[in-house]
Ligand binder design. Structure first.
Ligand code: PEP
Ligand code: MN
Length: 349
């Protein structure tokens, strides 16, 4: 990481970039309010930091020890606020992302979109390519063919426009990157694809915000390290998502996964990227969504991603964890108050 002097000239910045490139690395330039910081992409052992430190205009040059560097708070102390379709993610107010686990029909999606908008949701999310454990279960309308995928994607785009919410859906494989990017505002990387570096690079190059979920067996460090594949492509609009990790022990845990709430403040200390929580997949049961949502906002999450259906028990996928739009409304109103209290406490603390 190279921190330039406050009054460093553009020519001095250029010289440093060229020096980095000569060593076979890429430079990631971040112009802050006060000074320019240059991050290095590649093998830092090939660079002489002692030499860079004495170049004109350079204030400090040192190696960042963590495997993630470009998303490190040390590199860029201000939190990143991601703006998409008028919604700010990572700002002062929590963001509520909601919708059905799977889009089942145009009527289902439009009805849910209308009802969650009334409840106060900001982003419309619906699955079109569903990752499923069994090949015999419903895989999402997108899996039925290109025409069906485009049709479902266009419903999502149209419902988003009609009810004024940016949209999001999961990209399950490399094959779908171009297609999904044509229709949605935010591209979701599911937990199972957290490690899929080739797909992360392809998605990053679409230059759209990415919701990036933690794998259920990944450490926080692994999540942050792999998210850097997106950022290294020059796309810093990454929204991290905690969605629970595998349960421990042999007996029942009574939840689908274990929501790792401490990941939220830890991630906020380590990186400037926003982090949201998905209590739906973590808990896997609707009676816990309210509590886990409140808890997630209490630890400072920038928002929530919740599965909603007007008739939860009839959902084609993940029926056991879907909640009604009315329940979502209750979470949103309590959630806003919790976030306000927490932010006020932080300011006075
Ligand atoms: C989802 O968000 O629909 C999903 C399948 O979640 P995850 O990737 O976290 O399992
Ligand atoms: Mn689901």
């Amino acid at each position: 990481m190279i921190i330039m002097e406050k009054d460093a000239t553009p020519a001095q910045v250029k010289n440093v970039i060229e020096e980095i490139q000569k060593c076979g690395l890429r430079a990631d330039v971040s112009k802050g309010e006060y000074r320019t910081v240059i991050g290095l992409v590649g093998d830092e052992s090939r660079v002489s930091f002692a030499h860079l430190a004495v170049m004109p205009g350079v204030k400090e040059a040192h190696m960042v020890e963590t495997p993630y560097k470009l998303i490190n708070r040390e590199y860029h102390p201000e939190s990143r606020v991601i703006e998409v379709g008028g919604v700010k993610i990572g700002g002062a107010d929590p963001v509520f992302i909601a919708g059905p686990c799977a889009i089942e029909s145009k009527a289902q999606l439009f009805r849910i979109a209308e009802e969650i908008k009334k409840a106060g949701a900001h982003v419309l999310r619906g699955g079109i390519f569903k990752p499923r454990t069994s090949v015999h279960s419903f895989q999402g309308l997108g899996a039925q063919g290109d025409e069906e995928a485009r049709e479902a994607l266009s419903w999502l785009r149209d419902a988003g426009r009609k009810f004024e919410m940016p949209t999001m859906t999961e990209v399950r494989g490399e094959m779908q990157v171009d297609l999904v990017a044509e229709y949605v505002d935010i591209m979701q990387v599911g937990a199972r694809n957290m490690y899929h570096q080739d797909m992360l690079v392809q998605i990053a190059r679409k230059n759209k915000p990415v919701l990036y979920k933690r794998h259920f067996g990944a450490s926080v460090e692994e999540m942050l390290s792999f998210s850097e594949y997106i950022v290294a492509e020059g796309n810093k609009d990454v929204i991290l998502c905690e969605r629970g990790i595998v349960n421990i022990g042999r007996g029942k845990s009574y939840t689908r996964y274990t929501l790792d709430l401490s990941a939220v403040p830890v991630v906020q200390k380590e990186t400037y990227l926003p982090i949201v929580v998905d209590p739906s997949h973590a808990a896997g049961r609707r009676d816990l969504i309210y509590s886990m949502s409140c808890a997630s906002l209490a630890v400072g999450a920038s928002g929530l991603m919740i599965e909603v259906h007007y008739n939860p028990a009839e959902s084609w996928v993940d029926a056991q964890q879907a909640i009604t739009p009315a329940e979502l409304g209750r979470i949103i109103s309590t959630g806003r108050e919790i976030s306000r209290l927490i932010a006020a406490g932080k300011r006075s603390g």
